[in-house]
Design a protein around this ligand. Structure first.
Ligand code: FAD
Length: 476
């Protein structure tokens, strides 16, 4: 039987399911095909599980350090089994929400693996057929448009010994019920590696990071990388940069051999997390007679998210660019609007990036160096959080807010924040950028006291040297 849809979406991560809901809202008949759980990487193996486990690790860490706030705690321990149960509860609650949103928007949800046969046809091997090993006929669908939102999976580099027990990816580490790794070695100091370093350090493990580049978080502003490295080192995390892993072997523990400019070294661990990047999910996606233009392992698209074949679109982690859930969702909405000639409701030029370590990190737009490299004459405002009342009363780690402006009109070009709740505060700068606001526009807003957000006013006012609460240099 051939079922026809206005739009067939492959993959139900934050890119796919949001696009499906948008199509439903526009009155289109849409189907979404998913070969694992609804919600994709973000909900099941990414954003939500990491931040749920991190919620527990943060509370545990804070509880261990309550003395400063005048509270004594004895016999503190954590139960990884219960933490995992809670994570599952959170994930399944959100999954139910997605399912009912899809239903409410009349989206047909199909559980199976999709293969694109040609510009309009998709074949689905249903999960029930695979699980029960039956000869169930594949389901044949046709669509006016097809949207590929198949996401990505962990990439394992070809290193000797990488496939042995206790050498794991983020997928595996997020689902372990036992707390096994009291010495965790992390290969890769990018966002995923650093977030896991934070979690394991907070739970009390000895954590060591090996990074090939000259700094951790190499895609971030240098000052931020340095601040995070300093904060992690202060908490006992060992960091080796410009270091390349050669092989992993096993004695009574795992032994990782790596090289830097001084020679060969060894790091011992009872668990190794490999977090060196992700690869696009395109396996089984195309029939042997069908192909799309690629950029490396990613699907090539134009600015409208159209692939090299008319009526086939791609978004999210499967295309080149920023790999974030909110970026995938925004692209999904834009792709659907493009398909149906609708006015664009979402602006893609300012995408915030966040790291949920303690303190949190959030950035949007250009750094000072990037703005200068693009030819802007730049003005900046910076507020060191040591003067912020909320930071002082909460005994929080310090940080800063930096805002980058175009000096010709003081319009906001970018911002970098490192402090608690940075991931919530970055929205103010994103709003400012998308709406062409200036430092003065940001500075004239009254923000409640005492809050971390007050520092946004100070940073904005510092662009014109008018911040009230910046302490003179040298004062602590
Ligand atoms: P995915 O979410 O990967 O969804 C794609 C879905 O398609 C998957 O379920 C897959 O099984 C399915 N699929 C693949 N091929 C087929 C096929 N042929 N047929 C049917 N189904 C198929 N981003 C943030 O913004 N914030 C965070 O805090 C954050 N934390 C992260 C933490 C970790 C550990 C990881 C790994 C990622 C994190 N990310 C975070 C990134 C975020 O998860 C991804 O950017 C996002 O999930 C990409 O969405 P997507 O819709 O493109 O694809």
């Amino acid at each position: 039987m051939n079922e026809h849809y206005d739009l067939i979406i492959i993959g139900s991560g934050p890119g796919g399911y949001v696009a499906a809901i948008k199509a439903g809202q526009l009155g289109k008949k849409a189907a979404i095909i998913e070969n694992r759980e609804l919600g994709g990487t973000c909900l099941n193996r990414g954003c939500i599980p990491t931040k749920t486990i991190m919620h527990s690790s943060r509370l545990f860490y804070e509880a261990k350090n309550l003395q400063e706030a005048g509270i004594e705690v004895e016999g503190l321990r954590f139960d990884m089994n219960r933490i995992q149960e809670r994570k599952e509860e959170v994930v399944s609650r959100i999954r139910k929400g997605i399912k009912s949103l899809l239903e409410a928007n009349k989206v047909t949800v199909i559980s199976g693996t999709a293969t694109i046969m040609d510009g309009h046809r998709v074949r689905v091997i249903q999960n029930s057929a695979q699980e029960e090993n039956t000869n169930q006929e594949p389901r044949e669908l046709s669509g006016d448009n097809i949207l590929i939102a198949t996401g990505s999976q962990p990439f394992l580099p070809p290193v000797e010994g990488i496939s042995q027990e206790n050498v794991v990816t983020s997928d595996q580490l997020l689902s372990e019920n036992d707390f096994k790794y009291h010495n965790l070695l992390i290969i890769g100091g990018g966002v995923i590696g650093i977030e896991f370093a934070s979690i394991y350090q907070e739970f009390g493990s000895q954590v060591e990071i090996i990074e090939a580049m000259d700094r951790i978080l190499p895609s971030m502003d240098k000052e931020i990388s340095q601040s995070v490295a300093m904060s992690l080192k202060k908490k006992g995390v060992k960091i080796h940069t410009k270091s390349v892993v050669k092989r992993i072997s096993k004695t009574d523990q795992l032994l990782c051999e790596y090289e830097d400019s001084t020679g060969t070294h060894f790091a011992q661990a009872d668990g190794i997390l490999v977090a060196v990047g992700r690869k696009a999910n395109t396996r089984e996606l195309f029939s042997p007679e069908f192909s799309l233009e690629m950029e490396g392992d990613k699907i090539k698209v134009n600015e409208h998210f159209e692939t090299s074949k008319e009526h086939i679109y791609a978004i999210g982690d499967v295309i080149k660019g920023i790999q974030l859930a909110h970026a995938a969702s925004a692209q999904g909405i834009r792709a659907v609007e493009n398909m149906y000639g609708k006015k664009q409701s979402i602006e893609l030029s300012a995408i915030p990036s966040c790291i949920y370590t303690y303190p949190e990190i959030a950035t949007v737009g250009l750094t000072e160096e990037e703005a200068k490299a693009k030819g802007y004459v730049v003005k900046t405002g910076k507020y060191p959080m040591l003067g912020n009342s909320k930071i002082i009363l909460s005994a929080d780690e310090r940080g800063y807010i930096k805002v980058v402006c175009d000096s010709s009109n003081n319009k906001i070009l970018g911002a970098q924040i490192i402090c608690p709740r940075a991931t919530d505060m970055i929205g103010e700068f994103t709003t400012a950028m998308v709406n062409g606001l200036t430092a003065e526009d940001l500075g004239k807003v009254i923000r409640p006291h005492p809050t971390y957000g007050e520092a946004i006013t100070e940073a904005a006012e510092d662009v014109n040297g008018m911040a009230i609460h910046i302490f003179p240099k040298g004062m602590k």
